[in-house]
Design a protein around this ligand. Structure first.
Ligand code: NAD
Length: 446
């Protein structure tokens, strides 16, 4: 099939590459001409494990193209994916200007009789498929064309996780498709068949239910994380160990083992904005979704959970202190720093008069662009430790899990670790003589 993917970010690039991988011819469109130039010349623009290999292979085999010209990209395409940003607007609701702007452009380009399916992969509020349809029709009318029968708008929310996006896309737990058009259902079934050969379902539903499914999934996961973060707070106050509680409840099938790890809050481009957008959508229909308000509140506080611990250790004076930070990405295996808890920590430390040297395996380039030389950057995790009063861990990259503790001891000014991701075993760290504070567990005193 001929496919156009509009928006070539984390979702668009993975979507385009994976559909090319199953034999389709895909043209990806972006307004960022530098990005398109790079991608066209075989340079990948994001870090996502496993993606580069597929990207290069499909480009080489003539199935994956990049352009800034929407008109050329959709000319032959039967299927058009929208993988555009839906950032929070000023009031917290999803800003649809990118989606509706492209819908308007499409209205001017779709020809009567040349049937196309416009598929919304972005995370959008309930009712957006109708708004996209209206925007396309209205814009077509301005050029005197009637294209009502020449397209369908389908909601197909994306559930991939950065860091394992290729696997998630190639072997999805489920594919959710919102449409009632028989023509679109047939095309979607054909398109996704190679991805669900092991029997995972394609779940068809109406557009609104599909749109809400995505927000419900992300919000539910955010609830789970925040619930555990609150349990961790209680553990610290009551002298319990959150790891034990996690294992105790996670072995119950009804609860499940995943998403029960406490930490310094969720970040990224999805959970924060999606929880906020669902709360806003609820308010618009006069429903007070109280759990979501609590989740947002808990997460805001959790991002800075380590700061009072650090401050109290240094007798409430961080002026002139220097800290090493391991991990800047909002989670491991990505270079994405959107809403990363590390950035909030850094800001708080700098404001308190401290200095910071950071290391992250993939995200330093993005942080340099945003934070510049307000902090130092190390070439490796151990170089970051020199002259630091303590090590702070903010992302659970695998290489931080079993570090060389001798090197840490030798290079830090004092053996002090604040761990926002609970990477180390308390007994081991005690035997090594560190002062160690983590989340929801007992403090290990040196
Ligand atoms: P992104 O910011 O990484 O990428 C968006 C791309 O769209 C950018 O490259 C931008 O230049 C491009 N763009 C903007 N306006 C354009 C236009 N008019 N024409 C062509 N290109 C244009 O965003 P993302 O992380 O890929 O997210 C896209 C959508 O998918 C969002 O709604 C997001 O909530 C949703 N989503 C994201 C993830 C994720 O893990 N990142 C997962 C599931 C769903």
């Amino acid at each position: 099939m001929k496919i156009a993917v509009i928006g070539t970010g984390y979702v668009g690039l993975v979507t385009g590459t994976c559909f090319a991988e199953t034999g389709n011819t895909v043209t990806c469109v972006d307004i960022d001409s530098q990005k398109v130039e790079k991608l066209s010349s075989g340079q990948i623009t994001i870090y996502e494990p496993g993606l580069e290999k597929l990207f290069l292979r499909n480009q080489k085999e003539g199935r994956l193209f990049f352009t800034t010209a929407l008109k050329d990209a959709i000319a032959d395409a039967r299927i058009i994916f929208l993988a555009l940003p839906t950032p929070p607007g000023e009031d917290g609701s999803a800003d649809l200007k990118y989606i509706l702007g492209v819908a308007e452009d499409l209205g001017k380009l779709i020809m009567p009789g040349d049937y196309k399916v416009i598929i919304d992969k972005s995370t959008v509020p309930v009712g957006t498929a109708d708004r996209v349809r209206e925007a396309i029709l209205k814009s077509a009318e301005t050029t005197g064309r009637s294209i009502g029968d020449s397209f369908d708008v389908v909601s197909n929310p994306e559930f991939l996780r950065e860091g394992v996006a290729v696997d998630d896309f190639m072997k999805p737990d489920r594919v959710v498709i919102g449409t009632t058009s028989d023509k679109a259902i047939k095309l979607m079934n054909d398109l996704y068949a190679p991805f669900v050969r092991q029997g995972n379902p394609i779940i068809f539903m109406d557009e609104k239910s599909a749109e809400l499914t995505k927000y419900a999934a992300n919000s539910f996961l955010a609830v789970k994380i925040s619930f555990m973060n609150e349990i961790a707070q209680l553990c610290e106050r009551l002298g319990a160990d959150v790891d034990m509680v996690r294992r105790g409840i996670g072995s119950d099938d009804r609860i499940g083992k995943r998403f029960l790890f406490p930490g310094i809050g969720y970040g990224g481009s999805c959970f924060p904005k999606d929880v906020q957008a669902l709360a806003k959508s609820s308010a618009e229909v006069n429903y007070d979704f109280r759990i979501l308000e609590a989740v947002m509140d808990v997460n805001e506080k959790q991002k800075l959970h380590l700061i009072p611990k650090i401050s109290s250790f240094f007798k409430n004076n961080l002026k002139g202190r220097h800290f090493a930070i391991w991990g800047l990405a909002f989670k491991p295996n990505t270079d994405d720093i959107r809403e990363a808890p590390a950035l909030y920590l850094i800001e708080a430390l700098l404001q308190a008069g401290a200095t910071v040297t950071a290391f992250d395996p993939e995200a330093m380039k993005n942080v340099k662009e945003q934070v510049g030389d307000k902090i130092g950057y190390a070439d490796n995790q151990y170089d970051a430790l020199d002259k630091a009063d303590a090590l702070i861990i903010s992302t659970e990259w695998n290489e931080f899990r079993t570090p060389d503790f001798d090197k840490i001891s030798a290079r830090l000014k004092a053996k002090v670790i604040f761990d926002g991701r609970n990477l180390f075993d308390l007994e081991q760290i005690r035997s090594l003589g560190f002062h160690y504070e983590s989340v929801g567990r007992k403090i290990v005193y040196a």
